[in-house]
Design a protein around this ligand. Sequence first.
Ligand SMILES: [Zn+2]
Length: 299
Amino acid sequence: MKRLAAVLFTCLVITAISQAESRTDGPKGIVLAHPEEAGMGQPFLVRLTSARAFDRLSVHWMGRVVVPSVAQWNQRHVAIAMLGTDVLTIKSGPQPLLIRAWSGGKETVWHRSVTIVARSYPRQELTLPSKMVNPPGAELARIKAERIRTQTAKNTWSDQRFWQLPFHQPVGGKITSTYGLQRILNGKPKDPHRGLDFRAPPGTAVEAVADGRVILAESHYYAGNAIYIDHGNGVISLYFHLSEFEVFQGDSVKRGQIIGRAGCTGRATGPHLHLSISAQGQLVDPAPLFEQTTDQLIR
Ligand SMILES: [Zn+2]
């Protein structure tokens, strides 16, 4: 009971500090930084910095336990976790963020929250052949099996972090459809667009956004030829509608390495590259990850 009271007291003190600013010195010199707010569907980072080595760390967000890898930088131990929400499922309001750090045999717990702020995303009307909007019955079993495989891939966890910010843009073309677009297909509202579409003529080289390992490279009903790359610590990139694969499942890839060629396989109105980013199973807006640094995604 005494210990519980001590932990609660520590939490209260830290919470009181945290309301003034998101960057605080915890006991034993651990510095925690994270944004107070994040837009719906937007990615953000949590960073823990300590002069002393961490024995163990965990970041708890949206039902996930994230154990970020620790790097040494400037004689400090630094751990970074990429978190975010999915525009399909998230509601506005505060979301609890719990962080636990063990250092020198002692545990520090931070009870925080990140307020998810509503965003109005634009609308787009599309007309497609009705067989692509409503798949034929014979394809339903295939679509279901693919959904299970892609869910598993999106939720891959690996202990080592390979990604760095900013991400490498996979093709040079401009963005034609942004994240969060409210799409109306043949007059019916559909799920929002949970990725970026880049203009890319057929055959355009598609490059990896960061170092990682190919965990899926196969043909799907909706996504066409699709590649999933695991960048470690719960961050996965997805590339859809490719005309060709330039890598195999299991390959290790480097940031900027050619992994495939753009095309219009699967459900696509024309040749383009669709890119999605999964952070802890949430399909977040990839755009800030190309433009912003670690420091900008913590504020
Ligand atoms: Zn798309």
